[in-house]
Design a protein around this ligand. Structure first.
Ligand SMILES: Nc1ncnc2c1ncn2[C@@H]1O[C@H](COP(=O)(O)OP(=O)(O)OP(=O)(O)O)[C@@H](O)[C@H]1O
Length: 206
């Protein structure tokens, strides 16, 4: 279980805290949904939970272990909003192997199959994929690291209805094996599959 207790983040440059006394628990193999309007602190929360930002108050636990930002970088897999903008590899294989040159084919095939891309040749260019396929590749890039917690920032932003449906059905499958936190300002269809939903506004959970 990921346990967030009274988490606050107040960088010196901001007059107000960006995150204020956030507390919630996300159980293993559950999908949690954090819903809030633009500017409410959703992306900042994911940056903290990915270990990119050092919080200024509170505690984060994975099961009974208290976590530092270094721990969080190890256990979390963050898929940014519009992740396709950050693709660097010229092939799917290169994209998946970035920073993990020793990954074997079995693990690569497993990650691609988990997101419904098992039929694609590893030599395919990420740029030639559809929008929905690119989002699924971005998921595979994180899954291949086998994170304990998968963090998704607006996973269906900018996709049309049929591509959003692809992502929903992948998430429905992934949540059988992975612990997932999704942040979004448009919960819509995601609400139906979420095990827990929280609302965030002005850095506080309502
Ligand atoms: N490094 C920073 N320094 C100062 N202010 C920041 C910083 N990062 C975020 N903020 C502010 O914190 C607030 C929350 O931003 P955040 O991006 O987390 O919101 P969000 O809910 O993800 O919004 P969106 O849905 O538009 O991405 C905003 O008011 C933003 O301007």
């Amino acid at each position: 279980m990921l346990s967030i207790q009274n988490l606050s983040y107040h960088p010196p440059a901001t007059p107000e805290a960006i995150l204020c006394n956030i507390s919630f628990n996300l159980c293993d193999r559950q999908l949690g949904l954090m819903v809030g309007p633009s500017g409410s602190g959703k992306s900042t929360l994911l940056e903290v939970l990915s270990g990119f930002v050092d919080w200024t108050g509170g505690h984060i636990y994975w099961h009974s272990q208290e976590l530092t930002p270094d721990h969080l970088q190890q256990i979390s897999g963050l898929v940014f909003q519009f992740p396709e903008r950050h693709f660097c590899g010229s092939t799917i294989l290169e994209e998946l192997r970035l920073g993990h040159m020793d990954l074997d084919h079995e693990r690569i095939d497993h990650a691609l199959s988990a997101v419904g891309l098992g039929h694609l040749a590893p030599s395919t260019s990420p740029q030639s994929l559809s929008g929905g396929q690119q989002r699924r590749l971005a998921l595979a890039v994180q899954l291949i690291r086998q994170p304990s917690v998968l963090l998704l920032d607006e996973p269906t932003a900018g996709l049309d209805w049929s591509m959003r449906k692809q992502i929903f059905s992948i998430l429905q499958e992934l949540k059988k094996d992975w612990t997932i936190l999704v942040v979004t300002h448009e919960p819509e269809e995601l609400s139906a599959m979420a095990d827990q939903t929280w609302t965030i506004a002005h850095g506080k959970i309502a």
